[in-house]
Write a protein that binds this ligand. Sequence first.
Ligand SMILES: Cc1cc2nc3c(=O)[nH]c(=O)nc-3n(C[C@H](O)[C@H](O)[C@H](O)COP(=O)(O)OP(=O)(O)OC[C@H]3O[C@@H](n4cnc5c(N)ncnc54)[C@H](O)[C@@H]3O)c2cc1C
Length: 390
Amino acid sequence: MDFSIPADLQDLSSRIGEFVRQEIVPLESDPRWGSHGPSEEFRLELVGLARARGLLSPHVRREFGGLGLGHFGRAIAFEAAGYSMLGPIALNCAAPDEGNMHLMAEVADARQQDRWLRPLANGSCRSCFAMTEPMGAGSDPGLLETTAEQVPGGFRISGRKWLITGAEDAGFIIVMAKQAGGEKDGAATMFLADMDQPEIILERQLDTMDSSFTGGHWVMRFDNLFVPDQDVLGAVGEGFRYAQVRLAPARLTHCMRWLGSAVRAQDIARDYATRRTAFGKPLVEHEGIGFMLADNDMDIYSARLAIWHTAWVLDQGGRGNMESSRAKVICSEAVWRVADRCVQILGGLGLTRDTVVERIFRDIRAFRIYDGPSEVHRWSMARRIAGGKH
Ligand SMILES: Cc1cc2nc3c(=O)[nH]c(=O)nc-3n(C[C@H](O)[C@H](O)[C@H](O)COP(=O)(O)OP(=O)(O)OC[C@H]3O[C@@H](n4cnc5c(N)ncnc54)[C@H](O)[C@@H]3O)c2cc1C
């Protein structure tokens, strides 16, 4: 077993790390990073900085202007980018765009790739992905309520979605709906649509704990939106299968980015614990603090190993469903513990916005819910284990 990182990836990781520390971290106090994420103007500025360094879209195939990294390469690059929550936005590898790019590279036809994937990959536009509904699809996507009625030349989509990240200012959307009537009644399909259509209505921006996704999170409605046949993403009726094509790698890339943020929080906590004294010695020499730093190290280490192994499985052509569920639970819970301990180590400072740890703590909480809550992954793993399929 060889755990060494190839020289070209090591070099890329150093270049991303340097870029994030030198150019992105100083911008974390920019007022354009508000409670609903960075503004679109700020995002474009960040993307411009990464483009100038040749670091844009590491996960995207070279023919679309990316760096063409596989899953393991992404693990290295995205962790380095995640050192600042603005890093993945600058590199154009943040959610939901990164998952959408992956899905479109796999499933979209050449015309769709040219029209939507190309501008997304070069960072000039953003996208969103709409599956979750207020009382319909959620943990159980089978509860999908949004309908796609087949009409001459295409489909008419109606329904309400919520928690849709980045809907504001997105150029286009991938929406999941179930067919109403016809041969494939009840089958789920994904559709591509430009956002600037009157039948797509942004109803309300949600106030959430997290604040690192451009455009925030939205409640939105489709009011009889017409989507021509040519804008069906992939094949009719394959929506649930494509959701897996998107979600298994996408949940892993969340792990990679959040791992970078956990490393950052640990660095800040370690720095404080070595400088600050209490009761005659530096905090780090008090066992209670030293043990927390050691526990953080073990959480970071085990999260990284779970990511690397799952990335390796995906690079071998495996579907990685069990591995990515396992990695998602391991990582989302590990990075949460790390962030929580770092707040504790920093004492009162941890509660203030004088360090980014407070923001990491708030943001990282949501990761135990999106891309499958921990309980849903445990439940699906338990079914595989019971069936001997692990
Ligand atoms: C910050 C954020 C961003 C998001 N962005 C998007 C987006 O861009 N697009 C999109 O479509 N969706 C998005 N989502 C939605 C996200 O995918 C859902 O929140 C998630 O799938 C859970 O669905 P739900 O919220 O409806 O929870 P529910 O389905 O109501 O579940 C509630 C709780 O029930 C428990 N539960 C459910 N099933 C089981 C089970 N089998 N066993 C045990 N316990 C169970 C879990 O604890 C779960 O947390 C986002 C969510 C958040 C928080």
